[in-house]
Ligand binder design. Structure first.
Ligand SMILES: NC(=O)c1ccc[n+]([C@@H]2O[C@H](COP(=O)([O-])OP(=O)(O)OC[C@H]3O[C@@H](n4cnc5c(N)ncnc54)[C@H](O)[C@@H]3O)[C@@H](O)[C@H]2O)c1
Ligand SMILES: O=C(O)C(=O)C[C@@H](O)[C@H](O)[C@H](O)COP(=O)(O)O
Ligand SMILES: [Zn+2]
Length: 353
C-alpha cells in the first residue's frame, strides 16, 4: 500500500492508495470512526456500480449506512442540489458526531465536502475518490465548493477530510472520456512541477503500460499536491500554481453551460492557450506550448480555443479567485516542470486569452 500524510497546522490525514482497497474501505473507516451511523453521498453512476458492494462492506464492519444519491454531472455542484442533500441528511437525522463519506468523482467530492463543512457548522467526512481526476487532485487539499450561475466554485471553503481512500482499480469502470478528463490534471502536474512525470506520460505507448504504472502516477500527483498545500493551504501564494490553465478553463466550462466541456477539457484548452501567449511574449521557453499540445493530443484532449463571446469570457475571468482589486495572478510555465506566478493588471488579460 502506498501512503502519504498531509500535515497541516490544524489537520493531519492520510491518503491510502492500493489496488483492491475497496474491499477494505469499511475496515479502514473503522480505524478512524467508531459510531454506527454513516452517511454516504454518491452519484447515480457510481452507486449503480459500487453501491451494493460498499453497503455490504460497511454493514459487515458494524456500520448503519445511509445513502444519498445525486444525478451525475457538474450540474449537481449547485445550490439546488446542495439544499436537497442537506434535507436528505437531516431527514435521516444526521448529527454533528456522525461521519459523511464522499464516494464518487470530483463533483461528488466538492459537493459533499461543502455539505460537511457547513451542515450543522461542520461534520467529519472522508473522501473515496472514484474518477482519475478525483484520485489525483480534487480529493486532496480541502478545496470544497459548489458553482453559482455566475461561475465555478464561487461558494466554498477549505475543509479537509479525515482520510482519502484510493482504489485505482475503480478506474476500470470509468468511461474513456472521464479518464482523459483526469489526464488533463495529471499533465498539469507535469507542466508545473515535474518534468519527470511529463516525460513518463510522453513515453507510454499503450494504455496497459499506463495502467501498470497507475499507482505510481496517482502517488506522484498526490505528493506534488501535498507539498504545495502544506506550503500554502489557503491559496494566497504558491498554491495558485495548481490553477495552471484554470482561468480560461473555468471560463470555457461556464460559457458552454458546463455541458460541452468537462473540467479537464477546459483546463487542457486553458493550459495550451496561455502557454502559447506566454511563449510569444518570451515568458516561456520556445517549444513548450508544442510539447503540451502533443501530450494533450496523445491523451485525446482538446487544445483549440472554441468560439466564445469575448465579453462573456472577460466576465467569467473577472470572477476568478486569483483576482484582487485591479489585478489578476496568472500561472505561467517557464519550462516543463517549472512554473511561476505573474501578477498583471486586469486589462492586460486580453493579451493572454
Ligand atoms: N477540489 C479540488 O481541488 C478540485 C480539483 C480538480 C477538480 N475539481 C472539480 O472536480 C469536478 C470534476 O470531477 P470529475 O472529473 O471526477 O467529474 P465527475 O465527478 O462528474 O465524474 C465524471 C463522471 O464519471 C462518473 N464516475 C466517477 N467514478 C466512476 C467510476 N469509478 N466508474 C464509473 N463511472 C464513474 C461520474 O458518475 C461522472 O459521470 C469539477 O467540478 C471540478 O471543478 C475540484
Ligand atoms: O487545489 C487547488 O488549489 C486547485 O487549484 C486544484 C484545481 O485543479 C481545482 O480545479 C480547484 O477546484 C480550482 O479551484 P478554484 O480556486 O480555481 O475554484
Ligand atoms: Zn482543476
Amino acid at each position: 500500500m502506498k501512503k502519504l500524510k498531509i500535515d497541516l497546522p490544524e489537520k493531519q490525514y492520510d491518503i491510502l492508495i492500493e489496488k483492491g482497497l475497496r474491499r477494505q474501505f469499511g475496515s479502514e473507516i473503522k480505524k478512524l470512526y467508531t459510531n454506527k451511523k454513516i452517511f454516504i453521498i454518491t452519484d447515480q453512476n457510481v452507486y449503480n456500480i459500487y453501491g451494493e458492494e460498499f453497503e455490504k462492506d460497511l454493514k459487515s464492519n458494524g456500520f448503519e449506512p445511509y445513502f444519498t444519491v445525486v444525478e451525475p454531472g457538474e450540474k449537481s455542484k449547485s445550490i439546488a442540489v446542495l439544499e436537497s442533500v442537506y434535507d436528505s441528511l437531516l431527514d435521516k437525522e444526521i448529527t454533528r458526531s456522525d461521519m459523511i463519506v464522499a464516494l464518487g468523482g470530483g463533483v461528488v467530492g466538492d459537493l459533499t465536502g461543502f455539505v460537511a463543512a457547513t451542515l450543522l457548522r461542520g461534520i467529519r467526512f472522508m473522501q473515496i475518490p472514484t474518477s482519475l481526476l478525483a484520485q489525483i487532485d480534487s480529493s486532496v487539499g480541502g478545496k470544497v465548493a459548489v458553482n453559482l450561475e455566475k461561475g465555478k466554485n464561487l461558494v466554498g471553503n477549505f475543509y479537509h477530510p479525515d482520510a482519502v481512500l484510493i482504489d485505482p482499480e475503480m478506474l476500470l469502470t470509468l468511461e474513456k472520456r472521464y479518464f482523459y478528463d483526469g489526464m488533463a490534471e495529471v499533465i498539469k502536474y507535469g507542466c508545473i512541477k515535474s518534468e519527470e512525470l511529463f516525460r513518463m506520460l510522453e513515453s507510454y505507448v499503450t494504455e496497459e503500460e499506463f495502467f501498470d504504472n497507475i499507482d505510481d502516477i496517482i502517488y506522484r500527483c498526490c505528493d506534488i499536491k501535498r507539498a504545495v498545500v502544506e506550503e500554502d493551504e489557503k491559496d494566497t501564494g504558491n498554491r495558485m500554481l495548481l490553477n495552471f490553465g484554470h482561468t480560461l478553463g473555468h471560463a470555457v466550462e461556464k460559457c458552454f453551460g458546463y455541458e460541452k466541456y468537462t473540467h479537464g477539457e477546459g483546463v487542457a484548452i486553458g493550459m495550451y492557450n496561455i502557454t502559447l501567449r506566454s511563449e510569444a511574449k518570451g515568458e516561456t521557453e520556445a517549444g513548450v506550448a508544442e510539447s503540451i499540445k502533443s501530450l494533450l493530443v496523445k491523451y485525446k484532449l482538446p487544445y483549440e480555443m472554441p468560439e466564445m463571446d469575448e465579453e462573456e469570457v472577460k466576465k467569467a475571468i473577472g470572477l476568478d479567485k486569483k483576482s484582487s482589486s485591479g489585478s489578476i495572478t496568472l500561472i505561467l510555465v517557464k519550462r516543463i516542470g517549472e512554473s511561476y506566478l505573474k501578477k498583471i493588471a486586469k486589462e492586460e488579460i486580453v493579451d493572454y486569452i
